[in-house]
Structure formats: C-alpha cells, structure tokens
Design a protein around this ligand. Structure first.
Ligand SMILES: *[C@@H]1O[C@H](CO)[C@@H](O)[C@H](O)[C@H]1NC(C)=O
Ligand SMILES: *[C@@H]1O[C@H](CO)[C@@H](O)[C@H](O)[C@H]1NC(C)=O
Length: 375
C-alpha cells in the first residue's frame, strides 16, 4: 500500500506540481521526493505493519525505573478494527509470581527482530529479588527508527488515552542521529503524555485522565534540561480517556507548536539566541553550547522519529509522591524497592485497569491514525 503511494508521489513529483519543501526525510519508508504539503508518512492501523514499527525489547524502564517490560508480543500490542492497541498485562501471568522475586529474565534473542533494543539500566537481563522484583508489567513501545525520520513538518495523531492508576501513555519523538550529543543535548519532542488515574489530584488540580501535556526536552546534559520553559498542559473534564482527540505538532524552522483538536496548547519560538537562550543556559558562560554551530532551532533542526508507548509508574516524579488518589500511591520516588512496593500495592491499582472486561480496552492506549505532512 505504502509503496504504491510512494510511487505515486514520486511520479507526481516529476510533474510541475511539486513545490520543494524545507522538510527532509530518511528511512526505508520515506518518500524519494518531498513535495510541499504532501503526506509523507501515514498509518491507519488497518494492519500491524512491523516494517514501519519496530518494537522495543528491553527491561530498561525508560531510564526512569518505570515498571514495565517492553517486548514484541500480540498480547500487548496489536491492531484491531483499524486501531492500534497498546495493552498492559501482568508479567506474572506469563512467568508465575515467584519468578518476579527470584527469576532471571534475559530478553536478548537471536532473530533480528528479537534483539534487545536497550542495554542501558540493566535493560537486557535482570534477576529479581524480594526487594527489587523483575519488571512486574508487560507493555509495548513501538518506533519508526528505521522506517521514517523527518525534520520539520506537521504531525497529527488521533488517539485515546488509557485509564487505570499509574499508567503513563506517551506519543513522542526522539532524535534519529543525536547530532548534538546524547540526551537531552539533541532534544526530545513529547507530543502528548498523560496519566491514567481517574481521580488523582495534586495541589488541588486533577492531574490524571483530565490532563494532557506536551513538552520539549533540551539542554547540554541531563541535569540541565530546559523542559520547564517548554511544557504545556490542557484540561478536559470529560477525560482524555473518554474520546479520541487529535494531537498535533507543527514544526517549522521558526517554532514548534502543539495543538489538541486544532486548538493551540503552546509553542516555542526561540529568538536569535536559539534554544540556548530560550532555556536560560547562557546565564552560565562556563558551559559550552553544543548548538553553537546549528541554526536557532537547534537541537530541533535535525531529524526525529516517532515513538508510541504505554509506560507504568517510575521514580522520576512524573507521578509525584504527594498526590491524592482514591488508593494511596504505593511507592516513594526515592525508594530503592519501588517496583516491589508498586507490586505489593496492586490491590489498589489493578482493579482500576479493568483488564478482565472488554479485552482490557480501558487500560489500552488506542491510536486511530498517524499522519505526517511535509511543510
Ligand atoms: C506473550 O504474552 C502472553 C501474555 O503475557 C504470554 O502468555 C506469551 O507466552 C507471550 N509470548 C511470548 C512468545 O513470549
Ligand atoms: C511529600 O512527599 C514526601 C516524600 O517524598 C514526604 O516526605 C512529605 O512529607 C510529603 N509532603 C506533604 C506536604 O505531604
């Protein structure tokens, strides 16, 4: 289907109709010629195209000690009725509960599609102990890292957020080549993130299913990240889990603009000092600016690829310790036994996931389509 479309685009581009675009692309599913305004990547999820979407296979926990194990398994990621579903399940369903606190899980496989995709943070092999159990949740994270990356364009993803305590869905973009160095020096674009708790408040605000956010991460090294100046939230009292919404990014050589259902959420428009000044990093003259020879959009002037995942928990503070929730948050973010504490608190969160009704759809991140256009 795509190759036919790509062929049509390529043929069309030979005619006079193709206005060249500032957008650039790469990857196995990138069009040969990029015409202004053209659809350059799309998936309606009428089938699960693993040529487009590579699964992560890792225990790494996203660098935040998140509680999930990502693998390529149709129990956790599948397409059905024209939608992509990422559905969480319990690791103990597959391996038995004693395995969590005593088993060794090695996720490295021999086939090309079974290789461990992230060895950091004990990502390829872990041994469980009673105080530090193996990742108790199975889930999925898929990415276009080989099939498609692009610089500048318009993105629209129609999706429905999951509901269930401590679920953390994300649709985001990461740099294809780390041109300015490793995270966060080459940037991160978070199109949408939310929290699955139906009735969680923090400082009086509902920060669960009624909140969705978009964020940019950028900075010279992990401890110096200017995300707080590029972070926007929107509230919806019906909950982002109750309907599909269109999460949108417009990314140009002048700004990054996030919208939900065509209503702008926020935008970052750096001045001539670029994101170095935008993030306030110029206040310290001793730090070298890795973007000094890039454009004012650097690090957001290089190619990024798309990621869709459903994470759970973690200790980085995305779920603050002081939240108010119908059942208490079962782990502290400073706990060395966070995964064990989370698992021991499953009497509180597991019933909220409704895994046994309607094929676990409540707790699933659902995506209707992904579309990316050239500028
Ligand atoms: C896929 O996940 C299911 C549910 O956890 C499990 O029973 C099955 O063994 C898994 N398949 C593989 C090949 O790991
Ligand atoms: C917030 O959580 C911390 C644990 O991280 C706890 O020590 C502190 O007492 C809490 N503060 C409030 C105001 O509840």
């Amino acid at each position: 289907m795509w190759s036919v479309l790509a062929g049509v685009l390529a043929v069309a581009s030979l005619g006079a109709a193709c206005t060249p675009s500032v957008t650039t692309v790469s990857g196995t599913h990138a069009p040969v010629t990029v015409c202004s305004g053209a659809l350059i990547f799309a998936d309606d999820f009428n089938s699960f195209d693993l040529e487009k979407w590579q699964h992560e296979n890792t225990l790494a926990g996203g660098g935040n000690w998140e509680f999930q194990y990502y693998s390529n398994n149709r129990s956790n990621s599948f397409t059905h009725s024209g939608r992509l579903f990422i559905r969480p399940s319990l690791t103990s369903d597959q391996f038995g509960e004693p395995f969590l606190s005593s088993g060794t899980l090695n996720v490295e496989g021999g086939a090309p599609a079974d290789r461990c995709t992230n060895p950091r943070w004990w990502g390829c092999e872990r041994t469980g102990s009673p105080s530090n159990i193996l990742n108790p949740i199975k889930s999925a994270r898929i990415r276009t890292v080989n099939s498609f990356s692009f610089r500048y364009g318009r993105v629209e993803v129609r999706a429905k957020m999951p509901a269930g305590d401590w679920l953390w869905p994300a649709i985001w973009l990461m740099p294809a080549y780390n041109t300015y160095g490793t995270w966060p020096a080459s940037g991160e674009i978070d199109l949408v993130e939310s929290r699955g708790n139906r009735a969680m408040t923090h400082n009086g605000l509902h920060i669960g299913t009624q909140e969705a956010g978009s964020t940019l991460h950028y900075g010279p090294y992990p401890e110096l990240n200017g995300w707080e100046r590029a972070h926007w939230l929107r509230r919806n009292t019906a909950g982002y889990n109750s309907n599909f919404h269109r999460y949108q990014l417009e990314w140009t050589p002048n700004y990054l603009r996030f919208s939900i259902d065509d209503v702008e959420l926020g935008r970052a428009t750096p001045g001539n000092g670029g994101f170095w000044e935008y993030g306030g990093f110029n206040a310290n003259p001793r730090i070298e600016n890795p973007w000094r020879y890039g454009s004012k959009m650097a690090p957001f002037d290089e190619k990024f690829y798309l990621i869709i995942n459903l994470a759970v928990g973690g200790t980085n503070g995305f779920f603050p310790d002081n939240v108010s929730n119908p059942t208490p948050k079962p782990w502290w973010n400073g706990s060395p036994s966070a995964a064990t504490d989370f698992w021991n608190g499953r009497w509180g969160w597991l019933p909220t996931w409704n895994l046994n009704s309607n094929d676990g759809q409540d707790a699933s991140l659902q995506v209707d389509y992904v579309r990316i256009w050239a500028l």
